[in-house]
Write a protein that binds this ligand. Structure first.
Ligand code: UDP
Length: 568
């Protein structure tokens, strides 16, 4: 039995004990969460020594923001800091080149990353299409989808001994000859360790808007294999997404317009949940500020936010220096660009504390204000670090170089899903609205009932709390149709399916505007949503300048990972 001093929910305690707290050989937990936070803070602060700074002074600062649950780094940092193989990054992208040797080298690298708790994205577009020639054997190529299946199977096996469920992103360009097979795959096969996304180009979107044809190109020789109507492929993407939640769409030209290091390479893939576009062999360490902790006297305490963003940014930069990389090429690339991704969680909680409905004009304005502030302060920190520690090694020729801004990190901001760390911090995840106000979640053998704590508080203070109210809420999950609840409260606690798709996109766009990398957001749709609506969402997302989009229609078939309930 471990003795808790800090206050955690039962659900957080279970997650911590299963996955995060250190155990002895008998599998018994041998540290408290406070000790875990000290382990993380002390380990990461060791990097300060490299720059002639005082590690214990910084360890204390890191511990203070982490143990107060105002900031948490991504899960691998919490799990692995201080261990012999301290791999601290959540996000990776590996190249997949067109030879058996290269494919299986990547599979091996992916296995090592998976074992360390990281998630990997793969773009399979360099592989020759199904049915193409294999000169060395005189045989026939089996195509990208067949290799993705091997990666999926391997993930199944490795995750059993690894730190957590394997998360992979499988990607194919819209102009690859096997695109239709790829787009449809989740309708017929489970591939439960893969999220999939189609890389869509500006040229494809132009062809779609003009109702024109576009070419499919064999990556082996650059030859045009055939032409397809853009609308035909787009409709297939919509159909599959409507039915299964996959594929998502990645707007690659938008991503590369913001690629800070085009001289090092073009971005072709993201990590598993889409929030982190990366070059082949690149990694990123994420961390999130818990915005629910910054509401003081009816407004946001920007002074405290600035203080914490600076420390958190420095923590993430330090984390790169003390990470044990499972793959040498990744170490070189990550240390060359030093990408970090500071983001937010607890956004829905923060809005409720401020009395602003998620889909109100003020919420969109505040999203921009808050994220702009976080981005500016973290860039300022990266610039201060650059003055003391030097710019990132690939700086020369980068967009930062062209702008004349010294930076320690090629990027500093990303909005992660925060699937698990938001459970530990007991806040709403990422920038998502509440999905339900009362629900049950199973973690291994234990079932937890979660009832929104802010709603209970409002109900008690405003006099609508009763046994009957809680029972009705348990049944419905939302406030819709519950007579005893004032209209104002109903508006404040609107859930994901009561918010329009356009409002979901608007929120994503507000955060994206001030985020260097990308934003994790699911456009959750009611089951009755029509396919045309999904098509409209994709087009709007493109026009709004988003880097990618994920749509999930409630009740649609899914074998995908990272629906919080089955990811742990
Ligand atoms: N991730 C993973 N396996 C998981 C969950 C997440 O590999 O089961 C990786 C993946 O790259 C994802 C990133 O971690 O995009 C961040 O996810 P999230 O914020 O939900 O992670 P947390 O730090 O809350 O565990």
């Amino acid at each position: 039995m471990i003795h808790y001093i800090m206050v955690f929910t039962d659900r957080a305690k279970t997650v911590l004990e299963i996955r995060y707290l250190l155990k002895n050989e008998k599998g018994e937990v041998i540290e408290t969460p406070e000790q875990m936070f000290h382990r993380v803070a002390n380990y990461v602060a060791q990097a300060e020594e490299l720059y002639q700074e005082n590690p214990s002074e910084w360890a204390e600062k890191f511990y203070e923001i982490i143990s107060s649950l105002r900031f948490l780094p991504n899960s691998p940092a919490l799990m692995n800091a201080g261990k012999p193989k301290a791999q601290l990054a959540a996000c990776f992208v590996l190249p997949v080149e067109d030879s058996i040797e290269a494919i299986f080298k990547t599979l091996k690298d992916a296995a090592l990353i998976l074992q360390s708790g990281g998630g990997t994205g793969f773009n399979f577009s360099h592989l020759r299409p199904k049915g193409d020639v294999v000169r060395s054997t005189g045989g026939i190529a089996s195509g990208p989808v067949s290799f993705m299946k091997i990666f999926d199977k391997a993930s199944d096996i490795i995750k059993q001994g690894g730190a957590r469920r394997g998360a992979n992103m499988g990607i194919l360009r819209v102009d690859h000859p096997d695109i239709l097979e790829f787009v449809r795959i989740k309708r017929f096969e489970n591939l439960s360790n893969f999220n999939i996304s189609v890389v869509v180009t500006d040229a494809f979107m132009d062809a779609l808007f003009k109702d024109d044809y576009y070419p499919l190109i064999n990556p082996r020789n650059g030859e045009v294999v055939k032409k397809l109507k853009a609308k035909e492929v787009f409709d297939e993407i919509v159909e599959s997404t409507w039915e299964t939640g996959d594929p998502g769409v990645i707007f690659i030209d938008t991503i590369n317009r913001y690629n800070p290091t085009p001289h090092i390479g073009q971005i072709e893939s993201t990590n598993p949940c889409g929030e982190q576009p990366l070059l082949p062999y690149e990694a990123c360490i994420l961390g999130s500020i818990n915005l629910s902790k910054y509401v003081k006297g009816g407004s946001i305490d920007f002074q405290m936010l600035e203080h914490d963003v600076k420390i958190a940014t420095r923590f993430l930069d330090d984390a790169i220096d003390v990470t044990h990389y499972p793959v040498p090429e990744v170490e070189k690339m990550h240390k060359g660009n030093r990408k970090i991704g500071l983001g937010v969680m607890g956004w829905a909680d923060c809005l409720v504390e401020l009395g602003i409905p998620y889909n109100h004009k003020k919420a969109f304005q505040l999203a921009e204000t808050v994220m702009k502030f976080i981005k500016e302060k973290s860039h300022e920190t990266s610039q201060e670090l650059a003055r003391k520690r030097g710019v990132f090694p690939n700086f020369k020729g980068s967009l930062w170089d062209k702008r004349g801004t010294m930076m320690r990190n090629a990027t500093t901001t990303t909005i992660a899903p925060t699937g698990t760390i938001s459970i530990i911090a007991d806040c709403s995840s990422g920038i998502e609205p509440y999905f339900l106000l009362a629900y049950k979640q199973r973690i291994l053998d234990t079932e937890f009932e979660i009832i929104n704590k802010y709603l209970i508080d409002f109900a008690q203070k405003q006099g609508f709390y009763s046994e009957e109210f809680i029972n009705e809420l348990r049944q419905k999950g939302t406030l819709r149709g519950i007579k005893s609840v004032p209209l104002k409260i109903k508006k404040l606690f609107k859930t994901a399916l009561e918010i329009t798709p356009m409002q979901h996109i608007e929120m994503q766009a507000c955060f994206q505007k001030y985020t260097d990398n990308a934003v994790s957001k699911t456009i959750n749709l009611p089951q009755r949503t029509k396919k045309q609506e999904v098509a409209k969402i994709f087009i709007l997302a493109y026009k709004k300048g988003l880097k990618g989009i994920t749509v999930f229609r409630y009740g649609s078939k899914t074998g995908t990972l990272l629906k919080v309930s089955d990811a742990h």
